[in-house]
Design a binder for this molecule. Structure first.
Ligand code: PAF
Length: 279
């Protein structure tokens, strides 16, 4: 496995691979690799000849009061896991390499970013779209895999790829969960055992909301009120949002229909967790 820090070196390697007719698959990550990432990597392994994983904690997608500094980092552990998964290249640039002095070009997917997390994390998706486009230009993938836990991120990347005519297939991979249902996330490592138990209610609430819909409840308000009650009973008071939304536009719905997404973001002792389910 090669570990590359330089953009030029990564681009040269990608160019050589392409010349040799190889299909490049790509899994972008911020490291602290968990079971969810490993599933994305395994999917990437199946879909390409040269599998590249990036590890870069991207400062431009964190707000000034967010957890950039304390975001979990474990490069040695990550490299070990990547090696075991048969990754060909880990691209792990420094901040200076990605954002040298004078950097000032950003990408915004204007409407999709104005819903759900975009309302609570101002500038977050601008940072995500920008870094992902940069990574695409560096790694030159034919296919890239993103987890569906970050559903809005996935939709924004798909939109950007379409709007900017990038020749990259974007694959959404189903949410990977812990045994208790909690969606895998690097941020789960902030949670104590007790907080984790509380956090497992998020998925239970989503499942209950889906059951409510399947029983014939179409009012988004009734559905989400039920979810809120379940969360609050478990002691989760800080709910950023809990919404039934259109799976493509992410617009909030009043009347739920099959295929809609119920998306939720909560904070447990300051740790922000998101999850979603398809109706
Ligand atoms: O989902 C993530 O880990 C990040 O948002 C991504 C896509 C790697 C961009 O920094």
């Amino acid at each position: 496995m090669r570990v590359i820090k330089s953009i030029k070196e990564m681009q040269n390697l990608a160019n050589e691979a392409k010349k040799a007719g190889k299909r490049i698959s790509f899994v972008p990550t911020m490291g602290a690799l968990h079971k969810g990432h490993l599933e994305l990597i395994s999917e990437g392994r199946k879909r390409g000849d040269l599998l590249v994983v990036s590890i870069f904690v991207n400062p431009t997608q964190f707000g000034p009061n967010e957890d950039f500094n304390r975001y979990p980092r474990d490069i040695e552990g990550d490299l070990k896991k990547a090696r075991e998964m048969g990754v060909d290249v880990v691209f792990t640039p420094t901040i200076e390499e990605m954002y040298p002095e004078g950097f000032q070009t950003y990408v915004e997917v204007s409407k999709l970013q104005n819903h759900l997390c975009g309302i609570f994390r101002h500038g977050h998706f601008r940072g995500v779209a920008t870094v992902v486009l940069k990574l695409f230009n560096i790694v030159k993938p034919d296919v890239a895999i993103f987890g569906e836990k970050d559903y809005q991120q996935l939709k924004i990347i798909q939109r950007m790829v379409k709007d900017l005519n990038l020749e990259i297939e974007i694959v959404g991979f189903p949410i990977v969960r812990e045994e208790d249902g909690l969606a895998c996330s690097s941020r789960n490592s902030y949670l104590s055992h007790e907080d984790k138990e509380c956090a497992s209610t998020i998925y239970r609430a989503l499942q209950e909301m889906k059951i409510e819909f399947e029983r014939g409840q179409l009012s988004a308000r009734e559905i989400t009120e039920k979810g809120k009650r379940i969360l609050k009973r478990a002691g989760i008071e800080e709910i950023d949002y809990i919404e039934v939304c259109d799976p493509e536009t992410l617009e909030s719905k009043q009347k739920a229909t099959r295929g809609d997404i119920v998306a939720v973001a909560v904070r447990i002792k300051g740790v922000r967790l998101i999850d979603n389910i398809k109706l």
